[in-house]
Design a protein. Structure first.
Length: 145
């Protein structure tokens, strides 16, 4: 007999929440490869690294989440945008330095060190473009059923 105290009962609904999507996993790997290429091969092209990299990072986070979770696409985009803005505001308050990281540390690089409203605009653009693609692909699927 199962009691209410059992924290991990497996139900069809819960099991359906987690699902590996090969399509989104492939997308995440491709966008990650693009980000690595931008960081390693195009550091001298500042606008690509500064703007395109920020647009792509939200696409990467979206694809990573959707590769393992079945959640509403627009909810994922909202979560990604809020997370990206949170990291950006952490830069405003110099959280990396306050945590003891120094220039050159991996976490210092991940968190960042310079706040920019332009970055937030790029995150919004990346989420908007991704949302538009999701919307148009849904319309396309409904038309061609």
């Amino acid at each position: 007999m199962q009691t209410g105290a059992d924290p991990l009962p497996i139900t069809a609904k819960r099991a359906g929440f987690f699902a590996i999507s090969g399509w989104y996993l492939l997308l995440a790997m491709l966008v990650f490869a693009m980000e690595v290429f931008i960081a390693t091969r195009l550091p001298h092209v500042s606008w690509v690294r500064a703007y395109l990299g920020d647009v792509l990072v939200v696409v990467l986070l979206y694809a990573m989440i959707r590769s393992v979770l079945r959640i509403n696409d627009y909810l994922v985009l909202l979560m990604v945008f809020v997370f990206a803005c949170g990291i950006e505001f952490a830069q405003y308050f110099h959280v990396a330095e306050r945590l003891g990281y120094v220039r050159g540390d991996v976490m210092y690089t991940i968190i960042g060190n310079t706040f920019s409203w332009g970055d937030i605009i790029c995150y919004a653009a990346g989420c908007a473009i991704t949302g538009l693609i999701v919307l148009l692909s849904g319309v396309y699927r409904r038309i061609h059923r």
